[in-house]
Design a binder for this molecule. Sequence first.
Ligand code: TXA
Ligand code: MG
Length: 324
Amino acid sequence: MAEILAVGEAMERALALLRGGDVVAIPTETVYGLAGDATNGVGVARIFEAKGRPRFNPLIAHVADMGMAERIALFDPLSKKLALAFWPGPLTLVLPQRPGNGIHPLVTAGLDTIALRMPRGFGGELIARLGRPLAAPSANSSGRISATTAQAVAADLGARIKLVVDGGATPVGLESTIVKAEGSAVRLLRPGGIAAGEIEAVIGMKLLRGGAVGVEAPGMLASHYAPGAAVRLNAGTVAEGEALLAFGSLRAEGWRHAAAFLNLSVSGDLREAASNLFSYMQDLDRSGAQTIAVEPIPLDGLGEAINDRLSRAAAPRDNTQPAT
Ligand code: TXA
Ligand code: MG
């Protein structure tokens, strides 16, 4: 069972776990977050594993200060204005990523944008001490409502994580508001802890709504996940000219003549496989092969999300079709 430590006594233990690539449940002003080092693929994979998420949807990266935020993302003037007005606080900004920012691609589900927020209190101090951003979705298992007390987190995820930092009931109690600047306008992607009207007062105009509402939509569109190459799943053989995305120790027939070859996890570790998935897909795509053959990957644990991601990449290309 997870240990529950009060914020005043949890810092060193939380730092040690995060430095070791593990996850920690932390209080923020909105809801409890399940945090992992956003630059460590295994740490990020553990977040999905602990939540039992059947999908790799993009996570929010939490930062300690504006300097860290600007090393990760490119700020347009409107987004900068919102950050200065509301950070630290319950506002998340979706921004283009700065190339080479060190954020693990599993955090953003391979997108070239990133959701950023600067939390108040313990989370902010923890990130500053760690010196790295923390990826943190709400600390609840997939399909359940967000936890607003340490006890709720422990009851739900306690068997799967080592530490819950207890900061009492979260003051806001619902998730952050998510917005994205689009040209000279700003779109509301998820209503949350900061009212739309407060944001509109700062930018001096109405927020765009609709279209991208339903925050999961941007990351869920099949087109975002599709590499240039075709993807063939559960491959038992490799055809001439195909690249091979392997898993485990048993090789598909004909693997020696694969145009390019990467193994998600030689030892068959799904956590390692998840952390390699997005970058390996991109690498094999860049190899120029017309098709990426993918060896069978088991469906248990993180395998469900890995297979979900791969089947989306293998789906017929239609940019307007939301994946189900
Ligand atoms: O208050 C909060 O925001 C909490 C605390 C822990 O910070 N976190 C939270 O995270 O609610 P999560 O993972 O439950 O929700 C993140 C949302 C998802 O709906 C996801 O689709 C969206 O942010 N998101 C993340 N990256 C995105 C991106 N690049 N573009 C559009 N939406 C994105
Ligand atoms: Mg959530």
